[in-house]
Design a protein around this ligand. Structure first.
Ligand SMILES: Cc1cc2nc3c(=O)[nH]c(=O)nc-3n(C[C@H](O)[C@H](O)[C@H](O)COP(=O)(O)OP(=O)(O)OC[C@H]3O[C@@H](n4cnc5c(N)ncnc54)[C@H](O)[C@@H]3O)c2cc1C
Length: 384
């Protein structure tokens, strides 16, 4: 515990990986002396990877939703409200229920989906990145009797670079189990040059797994539109792919309310990648919406949130603000048949990003389970 009185009003916008971790640390370190308000429009949190589980029927949506009413931390009050305006100069935020002034403002509203520039991609209909989309796929997939499936990415950067590859491998298993794999084709298209660019070994292992399963991979291409009537997905190089079922990864950017605040460039908030400070005094941006150059993934959001929490405490307790966003983290990758691999990615230590691959193993399956369970316990007090 810190010896100094912290009297700052700390306003945290968004209770995802970044907002939950940041608020938890502030509560742990400051206890009742923290004056933290955490705002989110939703009543519950869901891990990104749980969307794949929901989609393929491995978990119910209800069990994957972690209700914010269970996020109970000394010194932190949670408000379920929608943020409607952010004034970073005044550190003033309006919601659908009121207004808040802050000494420290942390914006952690994640990446939003922008389907306006990809005709034919409809949220909650033919994508699997939103909760509604994953739930819709869960209804739709059991009715799929065969045909051409395209898993298509509509823009980069996007959350969790390995997730579309995981989706392809899990879809293969799902169709095999249902006895319809031989009457289906699976094509994955990505704007990236390989499935996981910082880690050639991970990319190689994924490409090999695709080859073994007859999954076709197109790299360096983006889906620009989907035409349900003509049953095609159109790529940015002009190619048209026959498509009976489209599983989309929508184009992403910071939420509209953040863009309207004037803090973004090219759709993302400009920050110092190592401190997450913005050009506005006392205003930080953390997680997927911040342009740090590191991947948009929960583990990276958490690492950044830890650095901000330490520096915010230091700022108000007379300490040195020396904590740095590591830009490093481990991502678990579903390789199909319940096998899980890991890639340890590091974006800031060397001259270029690196990624070390660990082959799928039972130990990594247990590790991934622990990753989820430990956050459920730490943030939501849910054991088991
Ligand atoms: C299919 C899939 C699989 C994934 N797998 C992994 C994985 O295995 N490992 C990993 O590390 N990451 C994974 N991710 C990525 C991970 O989910 C995100 O990177 C992470 O959630 C980002 O955290 P964040 O705090 O920045 O934003 P989020 O977790 O997105 O939180 C943002 C919050 O802001 C709230 N919000 C937005 N706008 C408003 C508003 N106007 N008013 C009020 N509240 C608002 C939202 O409700 C949300 O709760 C995956 C993502 C997907 C989609």
């Amino acid at each position: 515990m810190y010896p100094y009185a912290v009297t700052a009003r700390i306003l945290v916008l968004g209770a995802g990986f970044a907002g939950l971790e940041l608020s938890t640390i502030l509560s742990e370190e400051l206890g009742e002396r923290a004056e933290v308000t955490l705002i989110d429009q939703s009543d519950s949190f869901m891990f990104g990877f749980s969307k794949l589980d929901v989609m393929f029927g491995h978990a119910s949506s209800a069990s994957a939703r972690l209700p914010y009413r269970n996020f109970v931390k000394p010194g932190v009050r949670f408000r379920q409200e929608t943020i409607t305006t952010i004034d970073p100069n005044a550190r003033r935020v309006k919601t659908d229920a009121g207004a808040y002034d802050a000494d420290v403002l942390v914006i952690a509203l994640g990446a939003d989906y922008d389907v306006s520039t990809t005709p034919g991609v409809v949220l909650g209909e033919n994508e699997f990145y939103s909760v509604a989309g994953a739930e819709r796929m869960r209804e739709l997939l059991p009715t799929f009797a065969g045909g051409r499936v395209v898993i298509g990415i509509c823009g980069a950067p996007y959350k969790c670079p390995p997730a579309p590859s995981e989706c392809a491998l899990m879809l293969h298993d799902y169709l095999v189990e249902r006895g319809v794999r031989s009457s289906a084709t699976i094509t994955l298209t990505t704007p990236l040059p390989s499935p996981v660019p910082p880690s050639p070994d991970t990319s190689r292992a994924l490409v090999e797994a695709f080859g073994e399963r007859g999954i076709e991979l197109f790299t360096n291409v983006r889906v620009t539109s989907v035409d349900a009537e003509r049953k095609i997905a159109v790529l940015d190089d002009g190619r048209e792919l026959g498509c009976d079922l489209f599983l989309g990864v929508p184009k992403q950017r910071a939420p509209d309310v953040v863009i309207a605040s004037g803090m973004t460039e090219n759709g993302w908030v400009t920050v110092d990648p190592r401190t997450l400070t913005t050009r506005f005094e006392g205003v930080y941006a953390v997680g997927d919406l911040a342009n740090t150059g590191a991947p948009k993934a929960g583990v990276f959001a958490e690492g950044a949130a830890r650095a901000v929490a330490k520096n915010v405490i230091a700022k108000f307790s007379g300490g040195d603000e020396t904590a740095k966003n590591p830009g490093a983290g481990s991502c678990y990758i579903e390789f199909g048949a319940g096998r899980i691999a890991r890639v340890d990615v590091d974006f800031f230590s060397g001259p270029k990003p690196t990624g070390t691959f660990q082959e799928p193993s039972p130990a990594l399956r247990a590790e991934k389970q622990l990753f989820g369970a430990s956050r459920r316990a730490r943030w939501f007090g849910m054991n088991g």
